[in-house]
Design a protein around this ligand. Structure first.
Ligand code: CDP
Length: 213
C-alpha cells in the first residue's frame, strides 16, 4: 500500500504522515528531507545553490543514511531546499530514490509536494493537506521557538509565503493537489481530528481499490 501526502510548508503533513504510517504499519519518508540534504551537500562541496550542475551532482550522490541530521530542520535549510527543488535534474535523481522506497514491502507513506502528482501517481490514497498561511506560520513559529531558536512570527510568515510562491510557481513538478486527492484543510482541525479524517479517507479508498501490497 502506498499513501501520498502532499501540501505546503508547515501544513501538518509530516506529523500526519508519521502517524498514518505507524497506524497502518508502513514505512515513512519525509521527502522534504531529501531536498534539504541536497542543498546541504551542495554547499559542503563548495557549490552554490544556483549552480545547476553542482546541485544535480549532490542529488545523484545523496546518501540516504545522512538524513538524520538536526541541521536539516532549520528554516534556512527549508529555504535552501526550495531553491534546489526547482532544478529538474535534482528532482529526477530523487524521484527514483523515492519510488524505490515506496515499492519496498510492506509499502509506505511519503509526504512532500509532488508525491500524488509525479512520484507515485498510482498511490492507493492521496491526501493534500492545507491550512491558511497564518495558521501554518503560527505552528511553525511555535515549533522553532520550542527548539529555542530566535525567530519572529512575521519572519516565519514571510518565509512560508515566499516558499509557497516558489514551490507552486516552478515549472518542474509544481506543488499542486492531484486531481484525485482528498483536500484536508487543517486550519480549524486539531491533529487528532485531522488524523481520524485521513484514516477514514484511506480506508474508503483502499476498500474501493482493493488492498494492494
Ligand atoms: O516541512 P516543510 O513543509 O516546511 O518543508 P519540507 O517538506 O521539508 O520541504 C522543503 C522544500 O523542499 C519545499 O519547500 C520544496 O521546495 C521542496 N520539496 C519538493 O520540492 N518536493 C517534495 N516532494 C518535498 C519537498
Amino acid at each position: 500500500m502506498i499513501i501520498a501526502i502532499d501540501g505546503p510548508a508547515a501544513s501538518g503533513k509530516g506529523t500526519l504522515a508519521a502517524r498514518i504510517a505507524a497506524h497502518f504499519g508502513l514505512n515513512h519518508l519525509d521527502t522534504g528531507l531529501l531536498y534539504r540534504a541536497v542543498a546541504r551537500d551542495a554547499i559542503r562541496r563548495g557549490g552554490a545553490l544556483e549552480d545547476t550542475a553542482a546541485v544535480a551532482a549532490a542529488a545523484r550522490a545523496l546518501d540516504a543514511a545522512s538524513l538524520d541530521d538536526p541541521a536539516l530542520r532549520s528554516p534556512g535549510a527549508g529555504e535552501a531546499a526550495s531553491i534546489v527543488a526547482r532544478v529538474p535534474e535534482v528532482r529526477e535523481a530523487l524521484r527514483d530514490m523515492q519510488r524505490d522506497f515506496a515499492r519496498r514491502p510492506p509499502g509506505a507513506v511519503l509526504d512532500g509536494r509532488d508525491i500524488g502528482t509525479v512520484v507515485c501517481p498510482d498511490a492507493d490514497a492521496k491526501i493534500y493537506v492545507t491550512a491558511s498561511p497564518e495558521v501554518r506560520a503560527r505552528r511553525r513559529y511555535l515549533e522553532i521557538k520550542g527548539r529555542c531558536e530566535r525567530v519572529t512570527y512575521e519572519q516565519v510568515l514571510e518565509d512560508i509565503r515566499r516558499r509557497d510562491e516558489r514551490d507552486a510557481g516552478r515549472a518542474a513538478s509544481p506543488m499542486q493537489p492531484a486531481a484525485d486527492a482528498f483536500l484536508l484543510d487543517t486550519s480549524n482541525l486539531d491533529i487528532e481530528t485531522a488524523f481520524n479524517t485521513a484514516v477514514g479517507v484511506i480506508l474508503r479508498k483502499v476498500g474501493q481499490r482493493g488492498h494492494r501490497k
